[in-house]
Design a protein around this ligand. Structure first.
Ligand code: NI
Length: 172
């Protein structure tokens, strides 16, 4: 088990477009395990590989974490194949955007395709928090953060706050 540090914005690496995984092998499964460990250590519900600096199209999500009962689900090369016209608003946060939360509107329901831990193709229809979480994490694979969905004013305020927090951290 390896907990890896999570990148925080602003960081140009978070804007990278991640690459498809070619083969789901033991290296990928180790990466998935490290992602899950890093996510739990940071008390998150979802993580994209780029958030630990690896530009591969992999997400890990666990929405029903209970004490001692972890069930991290990996989504490898996920693709949205359908999205509802109906929209839903959730207050989002992100391990790479610490201390900032805001409402984001996204399609309420989606269908997606992905590879599971064994490299098998799966399809999934999701709504509610899972639909939002999948879309938020898939955005990371294209270098997009949830603050990119906010108004320019709100986004600029968020980036200012994040930059200031980083300077304070660097100053120790
Ligand atoms: Ni995020």
């Amino acid at each position: 088990m390896t907990i890896r540090p999570i990148l925080t914005a602003p960081d140009p690496r978070l804007q990278a477009v991640s690459m498809d995984v070619e083969t789901v092998d033991s290296d990928i499964r180790t990466l998935v395990d490290d992602m899950a460990d890093s996510m739990y250590a940071a008390e998150g519900i979802g993580l994209a590989a780029i958030q630990i600096g690896v530009a591969k199209r992999i997400l890990v999500i666990d929405l029903d974490q209970k004490e001692g009962k972890k069930n991290p689900i990996p989504y490898i090369n996920p693709k949205i194949t359908w999205a509802s016209e109906e929209m839903a608003v959730f207050e989002e946060g992100c391990l790479s955007v610490p201390e900032i939360w805001d409402d984001v509107e996204r399609p309420a329901r989606i269908r997606c395709e992905y590879l599971d831990r064994d490299g098998k193709k799966q399809t999934l229809e999701a709504d509610g928090l899972l639909a939002t979480c999948l879309q938020h994490e898939m955005d990371h694979l294209n270098g997009v953060l949830f603050i990119d969905h906010l108004s320019r004013l709100k986004k600029n305020m968020a980036i200012k706050k994040l930059t200031k927090a980083k300077k304070l951290q660097a100053a120790g």
